[in-house]
Design a protein. Structure first.
Length: 288
């Protein structure tokens, strides 16, 4: 499902052209006997995209454990959770939107190639409609969730017989969306509808920012608008999770060894990033 966030879809789905030389940002947290690497991921990738570079590969080789957002994201599990928490036939989406918003959503659904168009979206909760609207055109363009950086890292570490641990569960992630007040859910949908008009310009900027290791531009282009226009959504989807992950990193520092933590790139950018939350705990994350 993604790992959520979609401006969530837009902020996190930073796509890397195959021919580009990538140098995505990598941070490290250290004490006397522990090393923790922090790396931002993207969750949809072209099949032939290359994003490895020597410093990153050395960090992965040195790490004994990989932490990613989810490990229980198999299709059957996700489908069951979506059916349970994402569908709402008793409250059609059109009844929760103004007439002009419903007309616009119908147009965007058709433009994005959502199977079944507005009829499909109309029986979804607003959060699921937002994700579907954001993800459909990217999947139709050939971006493959199976090629996401997190999944590639997981496969690499599994092949090396190293454990892979989830920071969250799929149910926890979907509850983040499903448990939001309906007004915040609708804010997510309206945010996705606004972003749909921005074409490829914003996406191209984010692609360049991710591959250049430029978190400031990534935040400005990808999440700054959510922070100002949908502050409650921003708190739920980014700030609260960043705080929880910073606390997890602090606990990992109490155990000797080397670990690699890979989370969506939006979580490692901006004024409320994981690194900022770590600094509040007296822990420094340094760029490699």
């Amino acid at each position: 499902m993604k790992h959520l966030l979609t401006r969530c879809a837009v902020a996190l789905l930073l796509l890397l052209p195959a021919a580009a030389i990538a140098d995505p940002a990598l941070w490290v947290v250290k004490d006397a006997d522990t090393t923790i690497y922090l790396f931002g991921t993207v969750h949809l990738m072209p099949k032939d995209a290359d994003w490895h570079y020597p410093v990153l590969d050395r960090a992965l080789a040195d790490s004994q454990t990989l932490y990613i957002e989810l490990t229980d994201d198999n299709p059957a599990n996700i489908a069951g959770l979506v059916l349970r928490m994402g569908m709402d036939t008793a409250h059609p989406l059109t009844g929760q939107l103004s007439e002009s918003e419903a007309q616009r959503l119908r147009m965007l659904a058709n433009k994005a190639g959502v199977p079944g168009g507005m009829q499909t979206l109309n029986i979804m909760r607003p959060w699921l409609a937002a994700l579907t609207l954001s993800l459909s055109p990217l999947k139709n363009a050939g971006m493959d969730p199976a090629q996401g950086v997190d999944k590639q890292l997981r496969a690499q570490m599994t092949a090396a017989h190293k454990p892979v641990v989830g920071l969250e569960t799929a149910e926890q992630q979907i509850h983040l969306l499903a448990d939001m007040p309906r007004s915040v859910e609708l804010g997510l949908l309206r945010s996705s509808m606004r972003d749909a008009d921005k074409g490829t310009t914003q996406l191209e900027e984010m692609i360049a920012a991710w591959k250049a290791g430029d978190p400031d531009t990534l935040d400005r282009v990808g999440t700054a608008e959510m922070r100002t226009q949908e502050p409650k959504l921003y708190q739920v989807m980014l700030v609260q999770r960043n705080q929880a992950w910073a606390a997890k990193i602090a606990s990992l520092l109490q155990q000797p060894g080397t670990v690699f933590i890979a989370v969506g790139a939006a979580h490692l950018a901006g004024p409320d990033s994981v690194q900022v939350q770590l600094n509040k705990l007296g822990i420094s994350a340094v760029r490699e």
